[in-house]
Design a protein around this ligand. Sequence first.
Ligand SMILES: [Zn+2]
Length: 274
Amino acid sequence: MGEYCYHIMTELKKHLRSYYLPVKFFFQKTIKRPFHIGNKYECPICGFHAKDLGYRGIYSEVTEKYQIIGMGQRKASCWKCNSTDKERLVFLYLRDVEKLFDGTFPEKILHLAPEKGIARHIIMNKNLNYVCGDYFAEGYSYPSYVKRMNALCLPFPTNQFDLLICNHVLEHIEDDRKAMSEFYRVLKKGGKAILQVPISPILPETIEDSNATLPSEKYLRFGQNDHVRIYGMDYKERLEKIGFRLEVFHFPDPVINKYGLNRREDIYICHKDL
Ligand SMILES: [Zn+2]
């Protein structure tokens, strides 16, 4: 019964999204935010200092059962910019490891389903040649800098980008291997892709089920009504079969604690070698 109610609420929120989110964010900004100012967390994207984080994500028994990293209801949201733990993780990697905002050299970047907070920082850096694309799902609105794009057929020649960012998107795509191949194709040799997905550390193999086509079936099978699989520990191997060389990065505890990251989430950096 609990799961059924969550599903109904999720569908309702989706249909009322254009009304619901502005009201929610206004309420959060004007009423709630002052009560959460503190010194425990710092948001690297907007600079807000907080004593705690807001709830994000959807509860599901499947997410709990498979201990899926990057899904489920959890305290992860910045009270000011609404960034989540998975968005801050990628931003910090770009800022502190890739040194993307140091302005030392021009990079050509493709960002799919771009998070607004990350996109804003990249757009401000004029050295970076930045392209954003999304599928333009029904019921959602997109900023003008985002172009309609299909990950299965990217509108670019081969060997174009130094960096590709695709954060928690592949779990929505039926033919994820085709999307991975497209990512590999448009990257320059020597380029890299950051390809984050929700992943179960206790599943040796990814779960897929082509019979689960209805949103309610996907919710029961995969924990979210628009997901088409649960990635397991073979995710790395799936990418390697495309041709990528995988590097798994993990921030140290002080960074995780300061910025409110998910301590179980790694970053998958996929290299297209020379
Ligand atoms: Zn923030």
